[in-house]
Design a protein around this ligand. Structure first.
Ligand SMILES: [Zn+2]
Length: 113
């Protein structure tokens, strides 16, 4: 399950960012997840809740911000909301689109009590 390994990598990011003596005091992990990342939010929070129980982060929860994907047309330079792969440029109809954002999953912040 893809989301299980994601949840594990989130915990290892937090583990490296926070000194060990503060691990049990981590309360909130802020994530930014792009709409094109392919990540199932429900599956991710479910996986996270399972693996955190056997880690020092049992009291931590995820706070997820969804990042709307944006595309830039390589033909005319128009920026637009890129909802699904294969969407043409709304201005010139070109399919040559550079995805500016929306594929990412990142830890944007960590709250320690
Ligand atoms: Zn265009």
């Amino acid at each position: 399950m893809h989301e299980l390994s994601l949840a594990q990598s989130i915990l290892s990011i937090v583990q490296q960012a926070i000194p060990p003596q503060q691990h049990e005091r981590v309360r909130t992990i802020y994530l930014q997840i792009g709409t094109l990342s392919g990540i199932e939010i429900d599956a991710l929070t479910f996986s996270f809740d399972i693996i955190k129980e056997s880690s020092p982060f049992a009291l931590a929860s995820l706070d997820i911000e969804i990042i709307e994907a944006q595309g830039k047309c390589n033909g005319c330079g128009t920026l637009f909301t890129y909802e699904t792969y294969g969407t043409p440029c709304p201005r010139c109809g070109s399919f040559s689109i550079e995805i500016i954002r929306g594929k990412e999953m990142r830890v944007s912040g960590i709250d320690v009590d």
